[in-house]
Ligand binder design. Structure first.
Ligand code: ANZ
Ligand code: ZN
Length: 892
């Protein structure tokens, strides 16, 4: 019998499954779940793709995992939610459509159709009845509604902001989309700074919760939590108020109030109100403000005003106005109060600044470990406060503060400032509000109408969605595309009826993806983004996706989930309104890359001679190429196509190979040659079924010491009488069954489940070879367990084996997916195998009860004599019998 054609075998099962399920899904029993309210739900979610039209290996990796977990949980008796959808808005679709002269929606639909069929080719069992497409009006209606909920609560607002402007794509770019050289990630154009009125979402209002609740996310990788924490950037410190001669006080945020007495200057951001004020009368300053500065510039403009350190060392209000004030681009306008108390003695940036502007005045150190070193800032947040010889403010000594530790001094100084209402403890966050305005066509229109009298007004619910006008393949011209369409722009104010203008910005696509996992649960709700009842299936139990989304997507999703909880759309009390209980970030898939050993040039496939597939040589020089694994890319000719692989080896083998090749978080080096090992294994498993089917019904070799166990075997509860080998097989199989479950449900260790399944089939195969020793019931039972274990990973192969083993006279066999995952514990063995030594030589093995070694020696020897001719090896009387749980040694 030749090798199995898995493509054919899979096609057979796909047809059968579809025929058995009323919704035409790839899972014959799934439709039954949804009606069983007694079942607990399990929500297995993988990050939805951008519909580019091609599924790549990275997709295959994520979806294989979510599918294996989903199928497994279904076997475990859960009602499983395993949806799929499309993150379909965004620039690539818009550009592709313009190039082709079609509407982006058309391009998107075509791509979705392609990718959907690729997904079913690898047997991914998605809930297509939950499908969402973020670019469809049915979906973005609710994205718009959520925007309006935020607007209602003051969490969506418009503000002038300096933005990164891509002059080629004519759009705003996020900071992450500008590379280190200041160029656009997409167009490569030099990015310009521009002031524009933009819509923001007030995520900073949730900064505290977003930071605090990271603590509850036990199921998240530490690395991701750390990235989120750094992004939010919680910083504890104080707000200190510096009196200015002739002006109102300047507030600064500092994380080091203990360094107050080392302050030598104040620095204000270029957009600080005082700076703006002074620039009105000072042309030089106005020019300075409008200059361009590189990132680390320490430029400064000395202002004609002075500040005073708010209190002196005796805690009196101070009125010594001798601290110079600068306007300086290194101060960030949007952080803290846009003002810094400059401590050159303790802060590197302040030190650099001071060196440039006041080279003769030394840096001042107040905090020091032991001795002061005024040539370098002492930046550690440790040490004690000490007098400085050169205090600028004329303070000769630190008075009450001398000798205090940093920690004490911070508390004291803030307390004393508080007494004069000149300061207080505060917490700052580095995270900025979320800029969602995009001057592009292919996104959800922001549902706002601008009225001269009423200002920005929400589009009323009954007018939602604000639909994108079809492009009919036309280019809408330069600038913001929607702004060029009069019929879109001109409208009436919903509140006063006056002719008004519609907002023409569309939303950042991160807005679309910040709530899609809610919509999956209630995709047809006509009244709300999600209904209360349906929302009970939140949170997501398992979320799988790329680490590239570790910061923004996850943070925005967490924020919107918390907001929707506060708005009353769902109740997240049980989970702190955190949407994702468990998070897995999968590693990249790298491709096998060949290069010229002499110059490192990447080689095209046709430059290689594959006569010996395991050792290809470079055609032109007959040499062995350099083989490495690299990120897949066209320029490296190392892309592997999931479709081709599936066509060649079948989906089952591709899925199993994908899981087997690397632990989930690691980079996976895709080496297709190794798939043949999986292919051979799957062939063996099916053949094993055929062999077992032909075994004569046999009760096993009931010899030696037997043990009796009441258990379910091959579907029947029976009193099994096991010989030692049978017990070992039963226990091995039970061990694998529970190990595989633990690997999937607890450790998320998918590579080891494949090796466990292989070992399990080897154990059964070995038993079959010595069939007379094992009862047929036990072998059939073991084989069925193997198939159920495999059914989550290799559904078609498992189903085929199941049909073989269960069919009799061509009768229809119920699908394996009606089975439950086996519940079986290893049973404590009462027997033991002993190696028997007589006068130092091993003479054979004995299987007997475990308590044999506690018996009198004469009885032990009697027992051994049943198996081994003891008298033949013994000379004279027995002197000694040594027993261990694994051996018995007789010395005569
Ligand atoms: C005095 C000082 C002394 C500071 C010292 C640091 C060390 P984190 O910890 O990241 O929150 N700062 C405050 N507002 C700023 C702004 N708008 N632009 C640039 N820098 C600003 O940083 C807080 C520190 O950053 C603050 O504490 C302040 O400098 C500076 F030995 O105040 B510090
Ligand atoms: Zn109006």
């Amino acid at each position: 019998n030749g090798r199995i054609d898995f493509s054919k075998l899979e096609a057979k099962w796909v047809a059968k499954w579809k025929q058995q399920s009323p919704d035409g899904s790839l899972h014959p029993t799934k439709h039954l779940d949804n009606h069983d309210t007694s079942k607990k739900t399990f929500y297995s979610l993988s990050m939805f793709p951008y519909p580019s039209g091609v599924l790549h290996m990275g997709h295959l990796r994520v979806y294989t995992i979510s599918d294996v977990v989903a199928r497994f949980k279904r076997l475990r008796g859960y009602k499983v939610i395993h949806p799929m959808g499309w993150d379909a808005f965004g620039l690539p679709a818009e550009n592709a459509a313009i190039e082709r002269g079609i509407d982006p929606s058309e391009w998107t639909e075509t791509n979705i159709a392609k990718m959907k069929s690729q997904m079913s080719n690898f047997l991914a069992d998605f809930d297509w009845d939950r499908e969402v497409n973020t670019s469809s009006p049915e979906y973005y209606k609710w994205t718009q509604k959520i925007f309006l909920m935020l607007f209602e609560k003051g969490l969506a607002y418009r503000q002038e902001a300096e933005i990164n402007w891509d002059p080629v794509d004519m759009t705003v770019l996020a900071n992450e989309q500008v590379d280190s050289e200041g160029k656009s990630w997409r167009s490569g154009a030099i990015v310009e700074k521009k002031l524009l009125r933009q819509w923001f979402i007030g995520i900073t209002k949730y900064a505290n919760e977003l930071n605090r609740d990271l603590e509850t996310l036990d199921g998240w990788p530490e690395k991701v939590k750390l990235m989120q924490r750094n992004w939010i950037g919680e910083s504890h410190g104080a707000e200190i108020s510096f009196p200015i001669e002739g002006y109102s006080n300047v507030e600064v945020f500092t994380s080091r109030p203990d360094t107050l007495f080392s302050v030598q200057f104040l620095a204000l951001a270029l957009n600080h109100p005082i700076v703006t004020e002074l620039a009105k009368q000072d042309g030089e300053l106005a020019k300075f403000i409008n200059g361009t500065y590189e990132l680390n510039s320490k430029a400064g403009y000395k202002l004609p005003i002075k500040a005073s350190i708010p209190i002196d060392v005796n805690n009196n209000k101070s009125e010594k106005y001798d601290i110079p004030i600068y306007a300086a681009p290194y101060v960030i306008g949007s952080y803290g109060h846009g003002a810094v108390m400059g401590c050159p003695g303790h802060d590197d940036r302040d030190f650099e600044f001071w060196k440039l502007h006041e080279p003769t005045k030394q840096a001042i150190q107040v905090v020091a470990p032991t001795k002061q070193d005024v040539t370098n800032p002492y930046t550690e947040k440790a040490g004690t406060l000490q007098d400085s010889s050169v205090l600028p403010t004329g303070i000769a000594d630190l008075g009450n503060y001398r000798g205090k530790s940093v920690k004490e001094a911070m508390k004291l100084i803030v307390k004393n400032l508080e007494g004069h209402s000149l300061g207080k403890p505060t917490t700052n966050y580095r995270i900025r509000d979320w800029l969602i305005s995009r001057q592009r066509y292919w996104g959800a229109p922001i549902p706002i109408i601008h009225c001269d009298d009423c200002g920005p007004v929400a589009v009323p619910d009954e007018q939602l969605p604000v639909v994108l006008p079809p492009t009919e393949g036309k280019h809408f011209g330069k600038g913001n595309p929607l702004a060029n369409i009069d019929s879109f722009v001109n409208c009436e104010c919903p509140s006063c009826g006056k002719p008004s203008k519609r907002e023409t910005d569309t939303m950042d696509t991160f807005m679309d993806s910040s709530w899609y996992f809610f919509r999956y649960l209630d995709p047809n709700n006509q009244k709300l983004p999600i209904g209360k009842e349906a929302s009970k299936d939140m949170p997501v139990d398992l979320y799988i996706g790329g680490v590239e989304h570790a910061i923004l997507h996850l943070l925005y999703s967490r924020f919107i989930s918390k907001f929707l909880n506060d708005y009353g759309l769902w109740n997240g009390e049980q989970c702190k309104s955190e949407p994702f209980s468990k998070l897995i970030t999968q590693g990249m898939v790298h491709g096998k890359t060949f290069s010229d050993p002499d110059n490192g040039r990447f080689l095209k496939p046709d430059e290689l001679d594959y006569s010996d597939p395991a050792n290809p040589v470079v055609k032109s020089m007959g040499k062995t190429p350099l083989v490495t694994y690299e990120k897949m890319s066209k320029s490296k000719y190392n892309g592997a196509d999931p479709g081709e692989c599936i066509a060649k080896y079948g989906a089952d083998a591709t899925r199993a190979h994908m899981l087997f090749s690397a632990p989930i978080s690691d980079v996976l080096n895709w080496n297709e040659e190794q798939i043949s090992g999986i292919d051979r294994w799957l062939n063996r498993v099916v053949q094993l079924g055929e062999t077992i089917k032909e075994l004569p019904v046999h009760d096993g070799a009931k010899q030696g010491t037997l043990s009796q166990h009441e258990l379910e075997l091959n579907g029947k509860v029976q009193l099994a009488e096991f010989n030692h080998n049978e017990l070992t097989l039963y226990n091995d199989v039970s061990g694998y069954v529970s190990r595989i479950a633990k690997s999937i449900e607890i450790d998320f260790s998918f590579n080891t489940i494949i090796s466990d399944m292989m070992k399990m089939s080897n154990a059964i195969g070995d038993a079959v070879k010595s069939d007379s020793e094992y009862s047929t019931d036990l072998i059939v039972d073991s084989y069925k367990k193997l198939l159920i274990c495999m059914s989550s990973v290799t559904p078609a192969t498992a189903e085929e084996g199941w049909e073989i083993i269960n069919s009799s006279n061509g009768s229809e066999v119920e699908s394996i997916f009606y089975q439950s995952y086996p519940e079986c514990q290893p049973i404590e063995s009462t027997t033991q195998q002993y190696n028997i030594f007589i006068n130092g030589k091993m003479r054979g093995v004995l299987v007997s009860t475990k308590d044999l070694i506690t018996q009198p020696h004469s009885q032990i020897i009697d027992e051994i004599s049943k198996e081994i001719n003891v008298t033949e090896f013994i000379q004279g009387p027995v002197k000694k019998v040594i027993t261990k749980p694994w051996m018995i040694s007789i010395v005569s």
